[in-house]
Write a protein that binds this ligand. Structure first.
Ligand code: GRF
Length: 224
C-alpha cells in the first residue's frame, strides 16, 4: 500500500550511509514501487556532510546523523547507532557505502539481518580501492556483491552478485561506473528476496527459494 509516495507496509529497513548514497537512492526507488515488499524506516549517516542525507530528506524519509567523531569509542558510537535503528523499528539493516568498521558485538547482534554491498566479486578484492586493484591485477571480469555481514571485513554469505567486463584502457572511474550500475540492480533485488522470506543462510552461502539462476556466461574477451 502506498501513502504519500512512500510504502507503509513491508519489511522496515534502516539504511546506513557515509557519502553519496546512490545505492540508498536505488533502494528508495525500489521501495516506492507499489509491489516492493520493503519500506525505509530510517536513513542514518555517521557523517553530517553526507550528500545522501539531503536526497533521503527530499524523498520524505526520516534521517538521523550519528557523528562518530562525537563519541569517545567505537562501543558508545555503536550503542547510539543500535538504539536509533531499534527505535526506527527496522528489521533489516542495509550498509550502503557506510565507511565505519563495525565491531563483532554489533555485527553479531544483527546476525543475518545486516547486509552490505561491496564493489567486487567477493571473496576477491576485499577492502578499499577495488577497481584500481582489479585493473592492476589484470582481471578481465569483476563486479559487485550483496552479502550478509560477518565480523571479518567484507566477509559473509553471498546473496547475489553481478559480473561486468573490465575493458581495455578502463580507468578506475570508468570501471566503477560500470559496476555501480549493476550495484543499483542487485541491492534492491537482494532486499526483495530477503523481504519475501526467500533467503536462508546455509553454511557459508545462502539458499534462495524459487531461485532463478542466471543462464549462460560472461566471457571477456567474447568468444566468436
Ligand atoms: C559503492 O560502490 C558500494 O559498493 C561501496 O561504497 C560505494 C557507495 O556508493 N560499499 P554510494 O554511496 O551508494 O553511491
Amino acid at each position: 500500500m502506498a501513502h504519500g509516495g512512500r510504502r507503509v507496509t513491508g519489511l522496515p529497513l534502516a539504511i546506513l550511509i557515509s557519502g553519496r548514497g546512490s545505492n540508498m537512492e536505488a533502494l528508495i526507488a525500489a521501495c516506492a514501487e507499489p509491489d516492493f515488499p520493503a519500506k525505509i524506516a530510517v536513513v542514518i549517516s555517521n557523517r553530517p556532510d553526507a550528500a545522501g542525507l539531503g536526497r533521503a530528506e527530499a524523498a520524505g524519509i526520516p534521517v538521523r546523523v550519528i557523528d562518530h567523531t562525537g563519541f569517545d569509542d567505537r562501543e558508545s558510537f555503536e550503542a547510539e547507532l543500535d538504539e536509533a535503528i531499534r527505535t526506527s523499528g527496522a528489521e533489516l539493516v542495509c550498509l550502503a557505502g557506510f565507511m565505519r568498521l563495525l565491531t563483532a558485538d554489533f555485527v553479531n547482534g544483527w546476525r543475518n539481518r545486516l547486509v552490505n554491498i561491496h564493489p567486487s566479486l567477493l571473496p576477491a578484492f576485499k577492502g578499499l580501492h577495488t577497481h584500481d586493484r582489479a585493473i592492476e591485477a589484470g582481471v578481465r571480469i569483476t563486479g559487485c556483491t550483496v552479502h550478509f555481514v560477518r565480523p571479518e571485513m567484507d566477509d559473509g554469505p553471498v546473496i547475489i552478485q553481478a559480473a561486468v567486463p573490465v575493458l581495455p584502457g578502463d580507468t578506475a572511474d570508468e570501471l566503477a561506473a560500470r559496476v555501480l550500475e549493476q550495484e543499483h540492480r542487485i541491492y534492491p533485488e537482494a532486499v526483495r528476496l530477503i523481504a519475501l522470506g526467500k533467503v536462508r543462510v546455509r553454511g557459508k552461502g545462502v539458499q534462495i527459494d524459487d531461485d532463478a539462476p542466471a543462464e549462460g556466461a560472461l566471457v571477456n574477451p567474447s568468444v566468436p
